[in-house]
Structures are given as C-alpha cells and as structure tokens.
Ligand binder design. Structure first.
Ligand code: NI
Length: 164
C-alpha cells in the first residue's frame, strides 16, 4: 500500500468525467487500498479516484467503524434534505454550506465486481453525494450556496481544537 498525492482545485483532472471500471483485477485492488490509506492519513471521510489522478469510477467512504469501497456507484434513491458544512481534501482550508438529500441509497460493486446496495443518512448521505459528483468532474464548491469567510474558517478551527 502507498499513499498517493491528492490533487487540489485548479488541477484539470478534477473536472473530467471518469470512466466505468471494467477490469476487477490487482490493479484495481491496489488503487482501492492506496485510496483508503491516503484518505485515512489525510483525515478525510471520503475520497474519489480522480482526486489521486485516476479517471475511474471508484470511491472510498469512511463510515466510522469501517471503510467501504464503491466501484461504479450510482444513486438509486434519495429523500429529504439537510443543510450543512462541507469540505473536501482537494479544496484545503475551506468549507462551504451545501444542501443535500438526508437519505441516499446507492448501488455499487466491490473490488471483485459483486454488486451491493448501501443506504446512508446524514453525514454518510452527504458524503455519497459529494464523492459521486467527483466522478462526474464536479467539486462541491460549484454547489455551495455560500463559502465560509476566512474569519469563519479560523473560528471553526478554534472550536475544533477546543473539542479535541
Ligand atoms: Ni471531495
């Protein structure tokens, strides 16, 4: 396993459409393992393949007790609405307010090509929506109705430090 470099906003790779995965081979397994390690090391809750420069439809999401891998994911159902703060490893030191569905059901394949469904609420639903948009070349900053100011960001960081 290796940690990969995370591309940041402005890199054109982040704005490209990712192709479906067709080969469920060692190459894919290595990519997924590297993405998991890269996400954990960067303290992220989700990571999409284009963020490490690979234009394939692969996402990893940290559910807290486990990290799931979503290959060729798509949203089957969504319901409700939530409104909250969102950040992205490719957009460092910024946060924005984004409205998302509150519950999302996705289907995806695992590294062996087996299809499964997963339902997430709250932060997990937000994460699924955010990561899947990366696969279509979109960043949450396009969708945010307001980005935090530098002062608001600093205040948020101070609060987080106090909580730790
Ligand atoms: Ni992101």
């Amino acid at each position: 396993m290796a940690t990969r470099k995370i591309l940041t906003e402005g890199n054109p790779t982040l704005n490209k459409l990712c192709r479906p995965v067709t080969a469920f081979d060692d190459h894919l397994a290595t990519l997924i393992d590297d993405m998991k390690q890269t996400m954990v090391q960067a303290n992220g809750v989700g990571l999409a393949a284009p963020q490490v420069g690979v234009l394939r439809r692969v996402v990893v999401v940290d559910l807290g007790d486990e990290i799931i891998e979503l290959v060729n994911p798509r949203i089957l159902e969504q319901e409700g609405e939530q409104d909250g703060l969102e950040g992205c490893l490719s957009v460092p030191e910024r946060y924005g307010l984004v409205k998302r569905p509150n519950r999302v059901k996705v289907e995806a394949q695992d590294r062996h090509g087996e299809w499964y469904e997963y339902e997430g609420e709250g932060l997990i639903a937000r994460c699924f929506c955010h990561e899947l948009e990366h696969l279509d070349g979109h960043l949450y900053t396009e969708r945010a109705y307001r980005m935090l100011t530098d002062e608001e960001y600093q205040e948020l960081m101070r609060q987080n430090e106090e909580e730790e």
